[in-house]
Design a protein around this ligand. Sequence first.
Ligand SMILES: C[S@@+](CC[C@H](N)C(=O)[O-])C[C@H]1O[C@@H](n2cnc3c(N)ncnc32)[C@H](O)[C@@H]1O
Length: 220
Amino acid sequence: MLKFVHQAIRDIRTTGSFFPSSPVLARAMTNSLRAHRGAKRILEVGPGTGPFTAQILRALRGHDALDIVELNPIFCEHLEVRLLRKFRAHHPAIPVRLHSQAIEHAPLEGEYDFVICGLPFNNFPLALTQSIFHRLFELMRDGAEMTYFEYAGVRRMKAPFVGSSGRDRIRRFEAFKSSTAKSHKVTRELVVANLPPAHAVRIIKRKGGFEQCFESTKTF
Ligand SMILES: C[S@@+](CC[C@H](N)C(=O)[O-])C[C@H]1O[C@@H](n2cnc3c(N)ncnc32)[C@H](O)[C@@H]1O
């Protein structure tokens, strides 16, 4: 917890929050992969101190594989020491790889069945959010599921304080999300037991849907 707060104070833009996610949000984020029967390839992006990683590791079985991508080297070291070393010692046959770099540059190849994404999209310029979505969707097989989270009401609360360009960015992000929802199956689950309360947003990738969703956001 202290490590997370310290990194948030150092760089709130990429850390995105002052507190790690709660175990309740972590379970909501990983519901589908925990219920999945059969082999699965999982990608986790932005694990921070690892609340979602801990749930994912618990759900890994014999033929599964996990890639983790984290930009902040302090969080990477923490993950290695606190979670990954012990897991690898007990399950040497299950590949778990940690990539200490930005998702934009990580050397990954599809096809993943699940993407668990902890990135703070509300802090990113829209073009970066769109290019990361594009990257993640390219890495997913058709029918795969991506789950990300966002704090409840965060954009409405921010709007009065961010000026007109900030409000324009919020409006464009909302439009991008609506176009994503038209092209894919999107569901949201409110988790009150988190600081602050958050929605886990699940997107099931439809074939060709991502191109359509980009087409419909090009115009503004
Ligand atoms: C909001 S924190 C979430 C941490 C954790 N998943 C949780 O819920 O407590 C966002 C995390 O994303 C990481 N991050 C930010 N930008 C990134 C990028 N471009 N590629 C990979 N990780 C990134 C940050 O370092 C941070 O660990």
